[in-house]
Ligand binder design. Structure first.
Ligand SMILES: Nc1ncnc2c1ncn2[C@@H]1O[C@H](COP(=O)(O)OP(=O)(O)O)[C@@H](O)[C@H]1O
Ligand SMILES: [Mg+2]
Length: 425
């Protein structure tokens, strides 16, 4: 079959790479793709948020399956439009994508469905929000309700910090429409994990567990980023915890959506905090995590095209997933300066040598200029290896990275440290 992939980051590179290796797939094209994706798929220069352009492309190319990588086109209703034209789509319709597109909707639905989650209130009024902050005290969490590309959450250590965040969101302009509602949440402590499920109607198929590192610096310090590395499996997610998340989080939320008339087809990504009182949902995303997708695709043995087509056609029941044993670990190389400002256009060398040392290099913010790969975004590469142990996967990636010739590249030196410690004990 012919598959269309929407997006152009590391996640989409991992998806295209895996689809290209699928028996069931004869052709993959990607909009807009990137120079790394171009090795695995035909790239077509249509932006991932250009809904009209993507519809035109689909109508011209007639793919047998469309896989939508990022959340924005889903929240904009790309799934609805494609389905209306009869295309099988892996990715939810707009109403179901609201689970990620609106944190207030999502939290209210969690509450209705009795999904364990942090206590919360939704506010549109600055003074009322401040009253709640003063009543609950710090630490406390303030979230812009709408899509904010990972920048809309403030984990405030002081009441002042929380109040400033609320003011910034509700009366400032930093978040636009996304900040017109805020969610105030109780602060939870514990280890965080990503629990992803392939969902198709009533069928929910768990993927292997994974964990990412959101902080910029070693030791999980420094500012939040889109993710500086990830690995799968996550040893903190035992089988019992995985089952608990399936039963107390995934099934109830999908049922609650269905009761509202929104059927879910695609990835349900539950960000969970493993607290002393059990796993609690922090949020939902409606697509693969980036960078979690890179290690997950590296470990997946099953034919990805077949699985995603089955989900898109509501024939997922009975499908099982097979995984490579061992651990897959991905280290993200970013442009030095990210998540603040950085210089673009630096030439990146040594990529073949990095891969020859036993890794797969997934491209994110890269571009091509005069035959050279250059940096064109904040997160640039996802260097990934699979090995029998976390320690070995980590060593493979880091020794391969010594071959990278890019003085302006930055990466953490400790991706997977928690899993390595667990493995050792
Ligand atoms: N209630 C909470 N208690 C403690 N930390 C939280 C809480 N909610 C979110 N966080 C932290 O903030 C991060 C981002 O929050 P999340 O809800 O996942 O929003 P987004 O991914 O859209 O930025 C989480 O990964 C987690 O580290
Ligand atoms: Mg999150």
């Amino acid at each position: 079959m012919k598959v269309m992939v929407v997006g152009g980051g590391g996640r989409e590179h991992a998806l295209c790479w895996k689809l290209k290796g699928s028996q069931s797939v004869s052709e993959v094209f990607c909009a807009p793709g990137n120079p790394g994706i171009a090795r695995d798929a035909r790239c077509v220069n249509v932006g991932a948020e250009d809904i009209d352009g993507l519809m035109e492309l689909a109508l011209a190319e007639k793919p047998d399956l469309v896989v939508v990588g990022p959340e924005v086109p889903l929240v904009l209703g790309l799934g609805n439009q494609l389905r209306a034209e009869g295309f099988p789509v892996f990715g939810p319709d707009k109403a179901a994508a609201n689970l990620e597109g609106s944190k207030s909707f999502s939290k209210r639905l969690m509450h209705e469905a009795s999904v364990p989650t942090a206590r919360f209130e939704v506010h549109v009024d600055v003074e009322e929000a401040i009253e709640t902050i003063r009543a609950w005290g710090a630490p406390i969490v303030v979230k812009a309700s709408g899509l904010a590309a990972g920048k809309g959450v403030i984990v405030a250590q002081t009441e002042k910090e929380a109040i400033d965040a609320v003011r910034d969101m509700l009366s400032g302009n930093s978040f636009g429409e996304a900040g017109s509602q805020v969610v105030i949440e109780e602060f939870l402590t514990g280890e965080e994990a990503s629990c992803l499920f392939i969902v198709s109607g009533d069928t929910i198929l768990p993927l292997a567990s994974s964990q990412d590192h959101k902080a910029l610096l070693d030791g999980d310090k420094g500012p939040n980023t889109g993710g500086m590395g990830a690995y799968s499996p996550a040893p903190c997610v035992t089988e019992a915890i995985a089952n608990e998340v399936l039963e107390t989080v995934a099934h109830p939320i999908i049922n609650a959506l269905k009761k509202k008339g929104a059927e879910f087809i695609g990835i349900l990504y539950a960000g969970v905090m493993l607290t002393e009182d059990g796993p609690k949902a922090l949020e939902f995303n409606v697509r693969f995590g980036d960078p979690e997708c890179q290690p997950l695709m590296s470990r997946l043995k099953s034919d990805l095209g077949e699985v995603l087509l089955a989900a898109a056609n509501k024939k997922l029941d009975g499908v099982e997933l097979e995984w490579h044993e061992g651990t897959a670990l991905c280290v993200v190389v970013s442009s030095d300066g990210y998540p603040a400002s950085f210089d673009k256009g630096q030439s990146i060398g040594g990529l073949d040598a990095v891969e020859a040392a036993g890794t797969t290099v997934f491209h994110a913010g890269t571009a091509e200029k005069d035959g050279n790969i250059i940096n064109a975004g904040g997160r640039v590469l996802g260097v990934t290896a699979v090995a029998p142990t976390v320690k070995e996967a980590q060593q493979t990636v880091y020794s391969a990275l010594e071959k990278l010739d890019w003085p302006g590249g930055f990466y953490r030196r400790d991706i997977g440290y928690r899993a390595v410690a667990r493995e050792a004990s």
